[in-house]
Design a protein around this ligand. Structure first.
Ligand code: EPZ
Length: 419
């Protein structure tokens, strides 16, 4: 089983350049289906989820190839409109292909995307919005049979600001006749990045980043060359690493405006953080202070993806921090593993109470999900002795090269592939 070995106790110092954003490039890869040209993606991260998306695109009849550091997608030919169960299971967010397939092919057959480590991952808001645009969707034996010979623009109000539903409906709306208005849309920066990609392909989309996104569908789209935004959660990971281990670093390419809730929490804990157009610099001395309360919420609230990462920082802070996880049902699985390292955490449903301890000790711990696994590596940087983080394949879904980046900051970490 592959694992990371981390020797804790080193202060960090250095500079790292941020990879492209996983949660931006995945919907962008689906969006390439909307045009019949060639797309070149720059700063596309080399991730397991990107590999899975490339396999789906190839299965549909497209080509997806790395050309040096750029990813070339050619979508002139589509030979099928169904994604196999095996391909759907490889990546939880493969439901994002549904809207684009309906817009391009007028039909789609996909299996219900499974839940994941974070709990059930329903797509009822995606399906309700697609039905409002005229799609006929039938669920039989875990497979969704979808037909949309003519998608038409609709006024859609999302019951909650779902990132995936907003993105799926934006893509379907590009292929619909007329105007689609998505109200209570998610406002994450990745939604704005998707809008900028679509506009670069000739689409008429506006409002991303606000609660109302408007798409004037029916425009013929073309390929483009596009640079993916930097990954703000990877930035949060490295900020947390320096915060907990102590030291100073510069994150080149990071945009503080995408992470204000996270940098506010780290500043409250006692970190010195400065953001400018080039990136984010952070300096952290011992000891950190607990942060009264951290509540996860849709953007621009505190991002659920950074919950485990900032929890790792506060395990040794002086005082008590109360976390409230309001987005996913089961997103504290990393807590038990942190307790094996000496952390004091009490879980009450959606609430986790973290009481700072003076020291953590290295231990053999298991990555439970993508960000929980990264958080265990962060905690290991501040623990005395060696921490082994097994099941590291979870981490590889979202981090292009965690070892390369943390070593650039002076961490003692190495990756041991499965034997
Ligand atoms: C995206 O997931 C991200 N994934 C997640 O990142 C992120 O945690 C999440 O947004 C929230 O910011 C990608 O972008 C690939 P949602 P998504 O739809 O789109 C409920 C990571 O670590 N819901 O905003 O699935 C849902 O159950 C991953 O990189 C419905 O009830 O998130 C959840 O409780 C983890 N019905 C809440 O909404 C629906 O139809 C937010 O989900 C859709 C969602």
């Amino acid at each position: 089983m592959s694992q990371y070995l981390i020797e804790g106790g080193q202060k960090l110092r250095g500079e790292v350049t941020l990879q492209g954003a996983k949660n931006s490039v995945l919907p962008i890869l689906a969006a390439t289906l909307l045009n019949k040209g060639d797309t070149l993606l720059r700063r596309c991260p080399r991730l397991r989820d990107v590999d899975a998306s490339m396999r789906i695109l190839r299965h549909l009849g497209c080509t997806a190839e790395w050309k040096g550091e750029e990813l070339e997608i050619r979508t002139g030919e589509i030979s099928r409109a169904e994604i196999t169960d095996e391909l759907m299971r490889e990546m939880r967010s493969s439901a994002i292909f549904l809207g684009a397939m309906l817009a391009r092919c007028g039909e789609a057959k996909i299996s219900y995307p499974g839940g994941c480590e974070l709990g059930p991952r329903p797509i009822d808001l995606h399906l309700a919005g697609l039905r409002a645009m005229g799609a006929e969707i039938r669920e039989e034996g875990g497979t969704l049979y979808c037909r949309a010979p003519r998608l038409r623009g609709a006024d859609i109000v999302l019951a909650l600001p779902s990132v995936g539903a907003t993105e799926n409906l934006m893509l379907a709306a590009c292929g619909a006749e007329g105007v689609t208005k998505i109200s209570n849309a998610a406002r994450e920066p990745e939604i704005r990045d998707l809008q900028e990609f679509l506009v670069a392909c000739g689409a008429r989309v506006r409002g991303a980043g606000t609660s109302t996104v408007i798409v004037e569908g029916g425009e013929p789209l073309h390929g483009c060359t596009y640079t993916v935004m930097p990954d703000r959660i990877v930035a949060a990971t490295y900020l947390s690493a320096v915060a907990t281990a102590g030291g100073e670093a510069f994150l080149s390419g990071a945009r503080e405006e995408h992470l204000l809730a996270v940098t506010a929490a780290l500043r409250a804990a006692g970190c010195h953080i400065r953001g400018d157009e080039r990136g984010i610099s952070i300096r952290a001395e011992e000891p950190l202070r607990a942060v009264n309360m951290i509540r996860t919420a849709p953007y621009p609230g505190f991002p659920t993806d950074a919950q485990a990462l900032v929890m790792a920082v506060l395990l040794r802070a002086e005082g008590v921090t109360v976390f409230e996880e309001n987005i996913f049902e089961n997103r504290y699985r990393h807590a038990n593993e942190m307790m094996r390292m000496g952390a004091e955490i009490r879980i009450f449903g959606r609430v986790a109470v973290v009481t700072g301890v003076s020291a953590l000790h290295g231990a053999a711990v298991q990555a439970t999900d993508l960000r929980g696994g990264a958080a265990l590596c962060v905690a290991g940087l501040a623990a005395e002795g060696q921490t082994q983080v097994t099941d590291s394949h979870h981490i590889d879904r979202g981090y292009e090269d965690l070892t390369r980046d943390l070593r650039a900051l002076g961490a003692q970490i190495r990756y041991c592939p499965a034997d």
